[in-house]
Design a binder for this molecule. Structure first.
Ligand SMILES: [Cu+2]
Length: 126
């Protein structure tokens, strides 16, 4: 009786191949466009919601030079007016994290008198 283990193997192979697209489909890519105008994120958006494990891309455009900081994930980026910039990361940690402006107009790092939250990133558990 050779056919039995063989057909079991075939079944296993079908199951295994079938699971590959399912696994890749789990990885959701989330892209958000954010525009800073007069030191605020436009459109009244104050929260970005994603799920844990999502691949997140934040596309930024600003009308003023500013250093932005995603707390928790500790990603910093200097934005220049009119030049699109991206932050890409995997949302591995759940929680609510502020994205703050460290300084507008190019005056950053040395003095940080009260960071201004621009928007919050919320990472929800799966
Ligand atoms: Cu900060």
């Amino acid at each position: 009786m050779l056919w039995r283990p063989f057909s079991l193997f075939l079944l296993g192979a079908v199951w295994w191949w079938g699971s590959i697209p399912a696994l890749t489909a789990e990885l959701t890519v989330q892209t958000f466009s954010l525009e800073i105008h007069q030191r605020q994120v436009t459109g009244g958006r104050d929260t970005i919601q994603v799920k844990q494990g999502d691949r997140v891309t934040l596309q930024w455009i600003t009308d003023e030079t500013v250093e932005i900081h995603l707390h928790g994930y500790d990603i910093e980026k200097v934005l220049q007016p009119g030049i699109p910039a991206e932050m890409t990361f995997e949302a591995y940690a759940t929680g609510r994290y502020p994205i703050t402006a460290h300084g507008f107009g190019g005056h950053s790092s040395e003095t940080r008198p009260g960071e201004t939250p621009l928007v919050y990133l919320e990472v929800l558990p799966r």
